[in-house]
Design a protein around this ligand. Structure first.
Ligand SMILES: Cc1cn([C@H]2C[C@H](O)[C@@H](COP(=O)(O)OP(=O)(O)O[C@H]3O[C@@H](C)C(=O)[C@@H](O)[C@H]3O)O2)c(=O)[nH]c1=O
Length: 188
């Protein structure tokens, strides 16, 4: 696997080696030594997945301190436009985002340090997204920023969304509890 820096400090695109043969494919998604060498968290505590139909947008989500976490995401079926938004006060990229395509075809993953919001738009009829996070689910610390308030060029204007995702504050009104630290890649 190749770990590639993005414009957001501590946030990495991870390019996996997809080994294809007559049976199908084989993809390694986690290697503790390689993650550690690059300063990425390795202490994942929970793992989950979701499926989304075409034009679904989920996000932009995070957990607040002290339950904030680093997150590794990848798509094992279909394709998504994935987004990471930097919410760390003092970060040179505060309020800015990156987008990249994650798909079963390209096998790319995204690693988000704590303090970033995450979201995606499903580009295929079915997208299966898998997550690993370094803290467990804390419903009272589960928050978000409004999907269309951060200048993201979403491919749909009228997405399928959860009611909750429409209630989050706009980025401009969001008082961030996250603070930028130089060792941004590590878990909280
Ligand atoms: C995130 C989460 C949700 N839930 C529950 C709450 C709810 O009943 C149901 C669905 O939750 P949500 O609507 O929040 O699911 P969803 O909108 O898919 O939330 C996800 O969005 C993407 C963008 C992320 O980055 C993820 O970390 C996560 O926040 O599952 C858990 O039990 N554990 C969890 O860790």
């Amino acid at each position: 696997m190749k770990i590639v820096a993005t414009a957001i400090p501590g946030c990495y695109q991870i390019i996996t080696d997809i080994r294809r043969d007559d049976r199908g494919s084989f993809v390694k998604v986690f290697h503790e030594d390689i993650f550690r060498e690059h300063g990425l968290a390795t202490d994942f505590r929970e793992e989950y997945y979701s499926t989304s139909q075409r034009n679904v947008i989920r996000g932009l989500h995070f957990q607040t301190p002290p339950h904030d976490h680093a997150k590794l995401v990848y798509c094992t079926h279909g394709a998504v436009m994935d987004v990471a938004l930097d919410l760390r006060k003092g970060s040179p990229m505060y309020g800015q985002h990156i987008t990249l395509e994650l798909s079963a075809e390209n096998g790319h993953m995204l690693y988000l340090p704590a303090g970033l919001a995450h979201g995606f738009c499903s580009l295929s009829d079915q997208s299966l997204m898998v997550y690993k996070v370094t803290t467990t689910y804390a419903p009272n610390n589960d928050g978000g920023v409004l999907w269309n308030s951060a200048g993201i060029a979403w491919p749909v204007q009228d997405p399928v969304m959860s009611p909750r995702d429409g209630t989050f504050p706009a980025l401009a009104a969001f008082d961030s509890p996250f603070v930028y630290a130089a060792n941004a890649g590590a878990a909280a």
